[in-house]
Write a protein that binds this ligand. Structure first.
Ligand code: GLA
Length: 479
């Protein structure tokens, strides 16, 4: 990664101007609680010590010009306006636009005109692996949002931003939840963060002494845009539909109205998790759920079902899978994973690393068996990790590839990393994905096997006049 003084020098060279702010935004690794944030259920991630760094300067007018130290990410330039039109689906610049648009919307709601915002120049650098389930995309959204605030000299609360930016990221067409932005903005160094949603609440959770969290990158890429977007969106759309069917059935049976129920967590205001599970067991299994019976269960026409629940942001319809909607496995995962997060917090608060490790393993199995988001490479990786000494190992993030996180006794950590290097990269990857093996060698194993302590949330610092390399104390851009 480029050092901060070099980054500042490079900014001057590329833009011929002095930078005013340094923005640092970490990635996150989710320890447990996968694919349940959009169900409103709690999750337990930690910020990483890997991050996006950006230096910026306000520029006259409304142009936003962004350049990346990695040339693979082509320069992007666009105009800040009330409605910023997106690039083509899959373009990295859409994450930048999503962050800027998020702040435009926020400013308008606060009664500020977009004219009050300003364009900016930004140079980005990162040592956070991309498309690997470590939230590089949300980190980019947060970076460009903080750049927009900094250029305008505005300040915002971390919590407010976390809420706002999780919605703002839907600009790119994915329907994630609020975990990533909350973890990136609200984490405190040295601990994991339990995050509850609607309303957003956070609890600092201690991590066991004497253990390392080792993140290993399978190299199978997990992009959330383009084709994988459908796989990802299916998970949240099916969960949402399943909840609506459960709500409707309950109302029909009891005659009671369940108000404001949109997500699994909302059902828990009326029923315990095990009551919801029992009810779901009586409704979903043994039937193929296609549009016709799903619409009928909800008292909707198929056209209404399409419009209300199956239309993605770009207007495309989510295709019905051959086996029909998989409501029952989605419900089983959501309910059990929510309980595992609660149990994990209890285990960690009492220093019981073994119990937490077991819960990590169970979470992995649930992600694989109920959500279908594992793949052969991830299976190989967790199996190797467990035999190399991890007391818990699971896929982390959106899945379909990306990384695993393993809980490893520190005394075994060095040996663990050596075994993973040989057994996964030099043997498995080389024989099963030779092209990725070459890439792994070029990337360097130190960027693929990452031991990370829990990092702190994003920071914005002003750079002293004249662009002195030493950042001045934290400004109040982030409160
Ligand atoms: C992505 C989303 C998150 C969350 C995870 C899965 O990272 O952005 O909101 O849903 O997948 O846990």
């Amino acid at each position: 990664m480029t050092s901060i003084p070099d980054l500042i020098a490079e900014f001057r060279r590329r833009f011929q101007m002095e930078p005013s702010h340094l923005i640092r935004v970490p990635g996150r690794v989710n320890l447990i609680g996968e694919h349940i944030d959009y169900n409103g259920l709690p999750v337990l991630p930690m910020a990483m010590e890997r991050e996006i760094r950006a230096v910026i300067a306000r520029r006259p007018g409304a142009e936003v010009a962004v350049t990346n130290t990695v040339r693979r990410f082509a320069d992007r330039q666009f105009t800040l306006s009330r409605r910023i039109p997106p690039y083509q689906t899959g373009d990295w610049g859409n994450y930048l636009k999503a962050g800027v648009q998020g702040i435009v919307d926020w400013a308008v709601e606060k009664g500020l005109e977009p004219d009050g915002l300003s364009g900016f120049s930004m140079l980005i650098d990162s040592d956070l692996p991309m498309a690997a389930g470590l939230s590089s995309s949300s980190a980019l959204v947060v970076t460009s949002a903080l750049a927009t605030l900094s250029a305008a000299g505005l300040s915002a609360g971390r919590r407010e931003l976390a809420d706002r930016l999780s919605v703002a990221e839907t600009y790119v067409g994915t329907l994630g939840g609020g975990m990533d932005h909350a973890s990136i903005l609200l984490s405190e160094a040295g601990a994991a963060l339990k995050i509850d949603f609607f309303p957003l609440r956070t609890t600092v959770v201690p991590l066991p002494a004497g253990f390392d969290f080792v993140v290993t990158n399978s190299m199978i890429t997990a992009p959330k845009t383009a084709a994988a977007r459908i796989g990802f969106n299916r998970l949240s759309m099916e969960s949402r539909l399943a909840v609506m069917v459960l709500k409707k059935k309950y109302e029909e049976r009891t005659g009671a109205a369940l108000d404001n129920v949109k997500r699994m967590a909302d059902l828990y205001r009326y029923l315990s998790p095990s009551e919801v599970l029992d009810m779901a067991a009586g409704i979903f299994p043994g039937k193929v759920w296609v549009k016709e019976n799903t619409a009928a269960a909800l008292g909707l026409s198929e056209a209404e079902l399409d419009r209300l629940y199956l239309t993605m942001r770009d207007g495309c319809l989510l295709p019905v899978p051959e086996a029909g909607f998989l409501f029952w496995p989605k419900v089983q995962h959501a309910i059990s994973e929510g309980e595992r997060v609660k149990d994990s917090v209890t285990a960690l608060q009492s220093g019981n690393a073994e119990a937490f490790g077991r819960l990590m393993n169970e979470s992995h199995a649930s992600c694989r068996d109920y959500l279908g988001i594992s793949c052969p490479a991830l299976e190989k990786m967790v199996t190797l990790a467990r035999s190399a000494g991890a007391i818990g190992s699971r896929l982390t993030g959106a899945g379909f590839g990306g990384c695993c996180v393993s809980l490893v006794p520190s005394a075994l950590s060095g040996r663990f990393q050596e075994i993973m290097a040989v057994e996964y990269y030099d043997k498995y990857l080389k024989s099963h994905h030779p092209e990725l093996y070459e890439e792994a060698r070029a990337t360097g194993y130190q960027n693929l096997i990452i031991v990370t302590a829990p990092g702190h949330g994003a920071t914005v610092r002003t750079l002293a006049a004249g662009g002195a390399a030493t950042p001045a104390p934290a400004t109040a851009i982030l409160q």
